[in-house]
Ligand binder design. Sequence first.
Ligand SMILES: CC1=C(CCC(=O)O)c2cc3nc(cc4[nH]c(cc5[nH]c(cc1n2)c(C)c5CCC(=O)O)c(CCC(=O)O)c4C)C(CCC(=O)O)=C3C
Ligand SMILES: [Fe+2]
Length: 313
Amino acid sequence: MTSFDALLLLSFGGPEGPDDVLPFLENVTRGRNIPRARLEKVGEHYHLFGGVSPINQQCRELKAAIEADFAAHGVDLPVYWGNRNWTPYLADTVRQMTADGVRRAAAFVTSAYSGYSTNDQYLNDIARAREEVPGAPEIDKLPVYCGRPGFIEPFVDAARDALSRLQGDVRLVFTAHSVPLSQPNYELYVAELEQTARTVAEKAAPGTPWDLVYQSRSGSPDQPWLEPQITDHLEKLRGEGVRAVAAVPVGFVSDHMEVKYDLDVEAAGRAAELGIAFARAATPGAAPRFAALPRELLAEVGALPARTTGETG
Ligand SMILES: CC1=C(CCC(=O)O)c2cc3nc(cc4[nH]c(cc5[nH]c(cc1n2)c(C)c5CCC(=O)O)c(CCC(=O)O)c4C)C(CCC(=O)O)=C3C
Ligand SMILES: [Fe+2]
């Protein structure tokens, strides 16, 4: 049986002050064809919030919630945190794990889906960090968890809450980060998003019409990405007479910048111009049910030490 001696929380990372913004954006887009103008525009989104992305604080809170869940269930595993694009950088975390004597860690990634940006890129990050650190522990990514109750249920509650803030005939609009169609496996990402949206819609509001749309597109305009974009979709809905939209960002696990700017500022602003009432549902964040997922996934792969499975001795 597999047994792990640590959990690694692996995330995207984000700037924590104005001077971090440009170096962070350079880290994210290194080797990718993102136009300079798009980078400057995205930099402004961060500067609107004092140059601070919410994502690192959200990771600190999720880490604390996972530790509390482990403690409440007698799971005796240290939890580490590392990022792809900002401090704490994954390689530094792996260095610390190595110094602490960790031999085999399970990685819980702040991304719930299959696909290149959502899964494969994190696997590459793990491989690269391990290459950098002599004697690094083995690190196995835990399974994709978009279909798990710990991910679905917080969205069901959040969708109900968003719907309760609106009146009349409401359209549920599920959103996720767009990716270029050149990405390998983007069809699997789309299929999982559709399944998640359908499940949340059926549980939160059976019979309510829903759509799956995309946001936060970058890249050059002549490159095809997943569509429609939420702002274009709001225009189309307005044309159909829709006056109230509940947006549910099922593509994300926390209310980071892609949610706080692209939905709460940009999409909400477009909705206001169009005369559409707009309510945005919360993401799982550090909700206890979501923070229980690492433990549930560890138990499922048979990797919890015997003393934590309820048996004694
Ligand atoms: C699928 C997906 C997720 C969801 C899965 C996951 O959560 O991992 C995600 C999350 C995030 N994306 C984030 C930020 C950015 N993503 C960018 C660029 C890109 N994202 C892409 C995809 C995704 N991104 C892609 C295909 C690109 C093009 C360049 C490339 O192929 O890599 C850029 C460059 C500028 C721009 O063009 O927007 C930025 C700044 C943040 C941090 C937010 C914060 O700071 O709070 C988070 C959580
Ligand atoms: Fe992104």
